[in-house]
Design a protein around this ligand. Sequence first.
Ligand code: ATP
Ligand code: MG
Length: 409
Amino acid sequence: MRQSQLFAKTVKSYPKDELSFNAQILIKAGFIDKVSAGVYTFLPLGLLTLNKICDIIRKEMNKIGGQEILMPALTPKNVWDQTGRWDNFDALFKLKGVNKKEYALGATHEEIITPLMKKFVFSYKELPVYIYQIQQKFRNELRAKSGLLRGREFLMKDLYSFHISEENLNNYYEKAQDAYFKIFDKCGLKDLTYLTFASGGVFAKYSHEFQTLSKAGEDTIYICDNCRIAVNKEIINEQKICPNCANSRLHKEKAIEVGNIFKLGTKFSNAFNFKYISQEGEQKDVIMGCYGMGPSRIMATIAEIFNDDKGIIWPEAVAPFRFHLISLNQNSQAEKLYQDLKKAGIEILYDDREDSSAGEKFADADLIGCPCRGVVSKKTLEKNSVEIKKRDSAKCEFIKLDKVIEFFA
Ligand code: ATP
Ligand code: MG
């Protein structure tokens, strides 16, 4: 991509009412634009990053047997009445359509997926089955002051699993935990992310959160000094010891909930009378699990954690581009390198702007935060080279023009 053509530039200032760091830096770097509290547009750079996160998630969900679908965001009132959540789900956006028919904007999709599965699944032979989507969710969040961490419209990956027994659900629940940690590993967050025994009312015993340490976190967790397990603040009173190793030394940290998994049991299958015929020919309740994760919240979490005073430092797997090539008035040689790298399949942002100063170009590269920056200047061409610097290091090295592709191999 040529930076001269890139829609939306880095900006000097951001809306005064934007108080959260992730939104401030993502707006400045030209990744997102604020529409209203908790509502953002993803600009080209932002969408590249968001899509990379989604692809990482998709790959791991497919590996554990997930099949992707897309459910509607517009959901009729009657299905919410059936579970009693029309009046009890506290952040539901409600609206009226023609003939005063009432709808909610989807805040979660148990009410849609359960009746859907009931249409297709009848026998134990069709179970277990794992269905997911990556989709826009809507929640009328009371406080939407945390940028992408708490959107009123946001992206969620929600997977639902359907089983013939608790044991079968338990096995899959463990598999899903592993898949979640693989995703956080790719996103650079694994070392900071803790499996956390969660709050959550009636589900408390049956749910876990994935909490990533960050001072921007709205949650407080208590981490076991002995193993990689934590307890959410809301259940610390009943759970003063580590649920894994019974150690009583727990320390307090701020964290962001990046994922959340639940054993739903038969709550939703009962509400929709979703049963299957067992091997013995009996009608039995389908047992369910659900597995949520927020790609836009993950993007904000990465921006909160990986940065310095100059800008964002994206982990390679989620960076909008792998390489940011800057030409300092040497567009013919830089152009050739750009074309060669593009042909070699290296994701490259090429700063070919003729009306920007060297200072502006360097500042933009640091702000945008691609993992690797290259400069082609008169000085580097004297050595027939490009000067390469990693975003997270101060060290520069000269790489011969004909060795750059190898450098990225
Ligand atoms: P929180 O306690 O932070 O409100 P939640 O318990 O309501 O989260 P879930 O309903 O389990 O979250 O949603 C699954 C995942 O979706 C969360 O783990 C999080 O990653 C993401 N998510 C939830 N609410 C938001 C939001 N308002 N903005 C962005 N991502 C969100
Ligand atoms: Mg919530």
